[in-house]
Each structure stands twice: as C-alpha cells, then as structure tokens.
Design a protein around this ligand. Sequence first.
Ligand SMILES: *[C@@H]1O[C@H](CO)[C@@H](O)[C@H](O)[C@H]1NC(C)=O
Ligand SMILES: *[C@@H]1O[C@H](CO)[C@@H](O)[C@H](O)[C@H]1NC(C)=O
Ligand SMILES: *[C@@H]1O[C@H](CO)[C@@H](O)[C@H](O)[C@H]1NC(C)=O
Ligand SMILES: *[C@@H]1O[C@H](CO)[C@@H](O)[C@H](O)[C@H]1NC(C)=O
Ligand SMILES: *[C@@H]1O[C@H](CO)[C@@H](O)[C@H](O)[C@H]1NC(C)=O
Length: 629
Amino acid sequence: MRLLLVHSFFFSFGIARAAVTAYGPHVQSPLGTTTAASASYTGAASYDQTILTAPAPPNPPPPTQFNIGLQTGDVSGLSIQQEGSFFGFSIEFSVTTQVLPFLNLMANLRQRGGSVKIRVGGNTQETATLVASTPDGAALEKDYGRQSNPTATPPLVFTSEIIKMMAEISALTDVYWYMGVPFNDTQNWRLQIAEVGEAMLGKYLIGLQAGNEPDLYSRHGHRPNPSGLQERIRSSHRCSERRLNISNKNLLIGPNLAGVWTPPDIWQTGFATDFNQNLAALGVERYPTDNCYAIFGIGTPRYGQDMFPSFLTHQSGKNIVNEFPGAPAYAQSVGKPFIMSETNTASCGGFPGLSDSFGAALWGIDYALQLAYSNFSTVLFHVGGQSVYYNSTLHQWTIGPAYYSALVVAEALGSSNTAQVLDLQANGGNDYTPGYAIYENGQPVRIALTNFITDPSGNNDYTASISIGGTVPAQVKVKYLLADSVSQIYNFTWAGQTFGGPFTSDGRLVGALDVQTIPCDQTNNVCQVKVPAPGFALVFLTDNALSESDQSPTMTFSTTTYTNHHGPTVTIDPSVLATSNGEKGLADALVGTSKSRQMSSALGFAQALPSLVAVMAGALVVGRLAFMR
Ligand SMILES: *[C@@H]1O[C@H](CO)[C@@H](O)[C@H](O)[C@H]1NC(C)=O
Ligand SMILES: *[C@@H]1O[C@H](CO)[C@@H](O)[C@H](O)[C@H]1NC(C)=O
Ligand SMILES: *[C@@H]1O[C@H](CO)[C@@H](O)[C@H](O)[C@H]1NC(C)=O
Ligand SMILES: *[C@@H]1O[C@H](CO)[C@@H](O)[C@H](O)[C@H]1NC(C)=O
Ligand SMILES: *[C@@H]1O[C@H](CO)[C@@H](O)[C@H](O)[C@H]1NC(C)=O
C-alpha cells in the first residue's frame, strides 16, 4: 500500500521544487477513550486517551518533613560539568519531516539551556540512502513494501533538502545535530550522509553515530551475528573512518549498544583507544523495558498499569545507570563524553497511559538528573512516529511529558555549562521523594525536588527544610511542575504555563508565568519548600540562577502574525487559530491524502519568501489547513 503523504513543513522553507511527498499509511483515527492498560487500541498512539490508575501512596508513607543541608566550596560527589543542552531528543529519520516543525519547541529549550541537541537516526538510519533526487521530487520517501525488522522500519531514501532544512533549523534555533550513518552494508558504504551533513551543517554537526544497535543486527535480520562481531564493529569503524571524506575527523560515536553486549566487551577490543582521535563520544542506548509484545507480538507481554509503579521511583533511573558500571568513568579516562543516545520509557512505542502521563514527566526529570549526576554527558529521548506513545513528545502540537521534562532539566542545569549535579539522597534516600542540588563554581544554585506520590488529600505533600553552609538567602524563587495525578495525560503546568491538551499547542507555553517567592528564615538558616503529591519543584537560590535558566526569549515562530501579500490566499483569522484545536487538521495535512492542491499553491507562496518569513508562512499554511477542516 502506498499512499500519498504531504509534508507541509518543506513548503515552509521554500526548499522543495516539486510537491514534497512521501509514502506511508494514513493512520489518523478519531480521538477515543479506552480503558486502562488496553492493548486493543488500534488507532495512532497520539490519539489514545487511556488513563491509568495512579498507584496508591506507599504504606508506610515517607516522612513529610525533612532537612536538606547543602555544603559549599569543595563538595565531594559532584558530577562533571554539564551543559544546558544535556537533555535532547532522538528522532527517526523516517519521521523527521513530521517532527521538525517545532521551531518554537526548540527555541524554548535554547532559551533555557543555551542550545539544543538532536539526533537523527535510529532503526531507519541503517537503510537510509542519500540520493540526488527521487522520482516524485520528494525530499524523503519510505518504502513500506520493504519493511525488514521487528520495528517495521521502512527503508528510506532522502535528498539533501532534508539536511538543508536541518541547517535552517540550526540557524534559527541553535540546534546541534548527531546524525546516524548507515552500517548495514560494509561492502558498499553509504557515507554521503556524513559528507553532505558536514558540508551543510558545519559546526552544527556534532556527531556521526556509526551504526545503530550493532549488537541487535542479527535479531533485526540485518546481518548474521557471528561470534567476534565486536571485532567487526572495530574494523567497520576503521574502514568508515578511512573512507569518510570529511574534514572534521573526530565525529564518530560508538558503540551504540542496545544491551546484548556490555561496554567492556567493546572496550577490550581497543575501540575507544585505537580510534580515540576519531571519536566524538562513546554512546549507549537503553530503555528500562519494552512494549514490543503489544505491537509486534514478540517478547514478554507487559501492561502499562502493572509497569506504572516501577517508573515512579528514584530507583528507576538508578537501575538504568547501574547497567553501565564504570562506563562513564572509563569514558572520562579516555577523554570522551558518555552519552545515552536513545532512551525513553519503553521501546516499541511505550505504554498507553504511562508514556504520555505526568508520571512519565516526573520520571524523565529524575532519570535525566540521575544520568547527569552519574557523569553521562547527554541524554537523548527518542520520539518516533505517530504510532508510538511517546510520539506525543515532539509530536506536532500535542506536547507530551518528555518535552516538559526537557524544559525542566534545561532550567535545572541552566545555560552556564558549568552545572554540577549532586544526588542529595533526600529524605533518608527515600525512593518517592528524590532531590538533587545543582552547583556552579562550588556554590549550590538550584535544587530539584520530586514527589512521585499521588494523594489528593494533601497528606503526602512534603516540606523540605533547606539550609546552606554560610546562610540561606532572604528568599528563594520556586517553579512547580504540576498535575492532579501521575496518571493525568495532558495540561501539565510548568510555573503556571502549559502546552494544553491534544493538538492545541503551537509550541509556545500559554498562560501567566507563576514563579513563587518563598521567604527564608535567615536567623535559623532555613528555607521551607513544599512539594505537592504529585509534583516537582525547582528552587532557585539566587536571582542569577533564575535568569540564567530563562534568558529573554529570542524569537518565536508565530502562526498568526504574518499576512500574505504575495501569493495565493494563505491567511488566517488569528482569533480562530488562537482558540482552535485545529492542529488535528494539521496532523491530517501531514499524513493526509487530499491536500496536495492547497499545498502546491502554498509552495509557490513560500518560495517567494526568505526563509524566516517562510517559516512563519509555513506555520500559517498549516494553521489554515487545520481550521479549514
Ligand atoms: C543496506 O540497505 C540498503 C538500502 O536499503 C540496501 O540497498 C542494501 O541492499 C542493504 N545492504 C545489506 C547488506 O543489507
Ligand atoms: C572529498 O571532498 C572534497 C571536498 O568536498 C572533494 O573535492 C574530493 O573530491 C572528495 N574526495 C573523494 C575521494 O571523494
Ligand atoms: C563523576 O565524575 C567526577 C569527576 O571525575 C567524580 O568526582 C565523581 O565521583 C563522579 N560521579 C560518580 C557518581 O561516579
Ligand atoms: C504523532 O502522532 C500524530 C497523531 O497520531 C501524527 O499526526 C504525527 O504525525 C505523529 N508525529 C510524528 C513525529 O510522527
Ligand atoms: C486542558 O485544560 C483546558 C483548560 O482548563 C480544558 O478546557 C481542557 O479540557 C483540558 N484538556 C484535557 C485533555 O484535559
């Protein structure tokens, strides 16, 4: 089955000459409500309305009042210095045309963390082929007739227009890219992606991921898995490194293991030392669990409701870190960052009701900060296509939990790139009430406090009594991430602002910013900060710590401000767009079958414009299609 898809975003850049098309199933389905943990929902994941039941509060409950004493100066146990772009995203090549519109989402992150890191790769990278042109003039085409592996990933071809678009995004929002290089065929290397990538992206290309999950090759049916494949990775690297015609030779990232082999299996081949000068970073990929059975009928059946409690603890992130004992330290010893280059709640698309829940947002924060504390240098949350539950993350206009986690972590680390993270073992190391301190230059600047418990009675709200070596400031500022329950799936608020419900966001936070001021007791050296159940609080100990985490907005990409004078009608009544849930229509435009005529006229329009205006115009076109429905 080959159906026409129209990817409106390309028009917005005025890049594509002919109509931009790609092929894939039309998967939009109506919003529906299913019961908890249902595996029978067959629509696209982003439309799934499954609501789980929040786990009951633990019995006995953790203490609701505890002290956090922060030292200053030469504090032991701090992580390495972390960048504000620590928390980034990983997207499949096959969905780049659907994900990339979110300039506003990228701008939000840049405003907080200084820059953004995105990896384009995943299963699709292995078969991706850069071509001069496609028969239909499309920038990207998927061949659904030739799906090969358990994740039903279609081979794809794409043109340099894709990379040109990435460069436009970088120019506008400071996005740095990791790109996947196909490793499926070691006889006929297809390394043009790297070469064109470097030529077009320049400094914004920060890594070439050489091979994705090579330890799963045989399982995915790409290649036999002879003993000694470690050795093959090694030779592959040597080979690709020789053949790569790029000027920056230290861009490779490996070994990108999925978990069949352990990092020491690879280190002992000399991988990180022999190729040291070619490596940008060492990387691994890991999900805490998978939902492959529900989607593909393979592996162990698992249900979101059963899995939910295991995500709502401090231990969850620690368990993942514990799978890589010594690896971050080893990376430090060979002078390389250690990155978690693909992760999320569960592979094979996540769990309905869990992966899109507020609980997942709290989990994402605690897990990412645990990785930071444990000396990982970057974490990239994977967002797949529309039929994955975490798709909602960067999904056009439905903003999911991982994006809230990303915003929060960007603010927790701030833009100084000197943040050092300390796990406070808060509340006697209690699993439900974890806390971290973020230091800069020996001074604590922010404190991150989570409450994983859901208890509307308020009995499990807790108060942390913070004291600081020297004395506490007269007051602290606090931003809260809130929802009524860990099972809530939309409308979370961060400092009072939200991205709303499904298909209601243009990537900008809406609502009044609510930063709370909490007076401290300087006589007794204590600041009392309350954290509701459930909830997360980010405490800013100084004004500078606050401003560093939220620089004034640079630019936003408005869907309403541009009025077209040049081409076919692509205007929109701002009041309609402001209140519409029209992005449901946007989704349809992106995967729809019948919009090509409007899109073609939009193309003529966008081509007449310089790129920034064209970006706005593109959003506008999208908006129009949306509310026309
Ligand atoms: C690798 O992928 C490309 C593109 O899909 C395909 O043409 C080629 O046959 C594959 N090679 C191997 C060895 O699987
Ligand atoms: C390598 O790239 C340079 C500059 O892009 C080009 O001039 C040269 O022909 C390339 N060499 C090979 C072997 O492809
Ligand atoms: C992280 O690295 C720093 C600097 O090497 C070290 O002092 C610290 O103990 C490490 N943290 C962990 C959790 O290993
Ligand atoms: C996510 O899902 C929605 C609706 O199910 C779909 O329209 C959209 O294209 C998907 N996003 C990505 C990035 O694939
Ligand atoms: C989100 O909040 C808005 C405003 O309070 C409300 O109208 C909407 O129904 C909520 N959406 C969901 C999915 O709960």
